[in-house]
Design a protein around this ligand. Structure first.
Ligand SMILES: [Zn+2]
Length: 261
């Protein structure tokens, strides 16, 4: 049975594995996300799992899946997958919403590796998969001392729920960075920036048009004499990524006779 007709079955075909009628269906949906599936055989089940994997990087396959799932359940979904406990669950795809500071803070404290929240806050965005919040972007004034705070905004924390199955958070980083840049652009910022650690690839940033803009030196903030503070984040060198949003309007200089004297 080819992967294509795992989703795109139009008439009764023989299953390649069990030689019965090919049968893959959603039998039941409960707790908003859990699925009870119905297969003609294990072979059909494995074929479906493979098709799900492949559809991650194949828009055409995803469309077939969405249509098949909608016909079967009346629901819109991006994919489905097997969670840690071996149960089939629906991946509804992501929606991005605004989020309040206390809720963003709560999420980051629970889900982010550092657990702390940065000082500046302008606004935040959250990524939802169905009824589950799976990611948060904390946006504020740039942390660096010498950046132009009026024209520049920073995604100073980005947290994704590492506990939730990876397929539910798939593409969440890119969508959060993308949505943050769109909002910042609407608000008239010239540039949006963020820092990632040396080990991070920056793939999700480049996917939405951000570019590498150099390394920071790193070093401990606690060593500065002017302020007493704990190091709350790693102080190793970091990569800065930026996205240019609005072209700065340069002031017009008129050469009056006064100036030319
Ligand atoms: Zn079969």
């Amino acid at each position: 049975m080819s992967i294509d007709n795992a989703f795109n079955q139009t008439d009764k075909e023989r299953c390649w594995f069990c030689n019965e009628d090919w049968h893959v269906a959603v039998f039941d949906l409960f707790d908003a996300r859990k699925l009870q599936m119905d297969w003609c055989c294990e072979g059909a089940r494995d074929d479906m799992i493979q098709a799900m994997e492949d559809s991650r990087h194949d828009m055409y396959q995803r469309k077939h899946f969405a249509q098949w799932f909608y016909n079967d359940t009346g629901l819109k979904a991006r994919s489905m997958c097997i969670d840690q406990s071996g149960e089939w669950i629906v991946d509804y795809g992501l929606t991005i919403r605004q989020i309040s500071q206390p809720i963003a803070k709560g999420f980051i404290q629970k889900k982010h590796a550092f657990g702390s929240t940065p000082a500046g806050w302008k606004w935040g965005l959250s990524a939802w998969n169905g009824n589950d919040m799976v990611g948060v972007a904390w946006c504020g004034r740039p942390v660096g001392r010498y950046t132009d705070r009026l024209k520049r905004i920073e995604v100073s924390r980005l947290a994704v729920d590492r506990q939730s199955p990876t397929s539910l958070t798939w593409n969440a980083c890119s969508q959060l960075y993308g949505a943050a840049a769109r909002r910042a652009k609407n608000e008239g910022y010239h540039t949006i920036q963020t820092y990632i650690t040396e080990e991070e690839e920056g793939t999700s940033l480049r996917a939405v048009g951000w570019t590498f803009d150099g390394m920071t030196k790193g070093g401990s903030r606690a060593g500065q004499k002017s302020r007493i503070r704990r190091d709350v984040a790693p102080t190793c060198p970091k990569k800065r990524y930026v996205k240019k949003l609005n072209t700065p309007v340069l002031p017009q200089i008129t050469f009056t006779e006064e100036l030319l004297k």
